[in-house]
Design a protein around this ligand. Sequence first.
Ligand code: NDP
Length: 246
Amino acid sequence: MNFKDEIVLVTGSTRGIGREIAQAFAREGAVVVITGRNDEIAQKASAELTAQGCRAEGFGCDVTNFGSVQKTVNKILDKYNRIDILVNNAGITKDNLLLRMSESEWDDVIQVNLRGVFNCTKVITKAMLKAKKGRIINIASIIGITGNAGQANYAASKAGIIGFTKSIAREIASRGITVNAIAPGYIMTDMTAQLKEETRAQILKSIPLGRLGTGKDVAGACLFLASKEANYITGQTIVVDGGMAI
Ligand code: NDP
């Protein structure tokens, strides 16, 4: 797989899975745009990539803010004239059982995980439609398929992403753009670092491949969906969970 000179925007790529995805594309020759809410942190993350000989840009971009997304996309288009690949990765959790879940815990998760995907996809699709070419990859979650006690907000947002993926895939397939989702299982990042040891042990027992996933496992699926080898795949959700939800 080679993504030489492709322009790739990965939302929420200052750390965790997004960062691994950005690094993977950068190593394959792409120009990657690293984003997170904080401009300085995004620039630092992109500088680390450029120090390794890769091509990268870093911008502060809050996916919940349509204006912020528009501004960032305009900066990329001004410089590179196109965006070939969008990875909607930014996401948060605010877990609680339904009866304890506050309205803001519900709203915040839906706002970042689902509204963020709408904002970025809407703005970038416009440019992709003009180019009659593009790849959109949405990072959902296995929880959006199986559900999980204490994560109704997160599960709803991720199930929403899967429905969104199928709908937009149908809307823009005729224009040469594919839209797919990845549903990771438990991946070792800051998001899962707070798991109690006994919960972690329990989760491990439920994973046939016997280990938690890594950002690289998700990045591999992402490169595949963005590659020429996946030309005829759209509207799909690839589960990357070590067999947990078989
Ligand atoms: P992390 O918490 O490690 O990283 C989240 C990233 O999202 C950070 O770069 C953060 O940057 C960014 N972010 C958060 N809010 C916003 C916002 N409003 N606007 C822009 N960027 C934002 O998470 P993971 O790497 O673990 O998760 C990445 C994605 O993968 C998420 O969508 C998550 O739901 C999904 N996923 C993760 C799993 C796991 O086990 N870890 C399993 C299944 C799915 P900053 O703080 O700088 O803004």
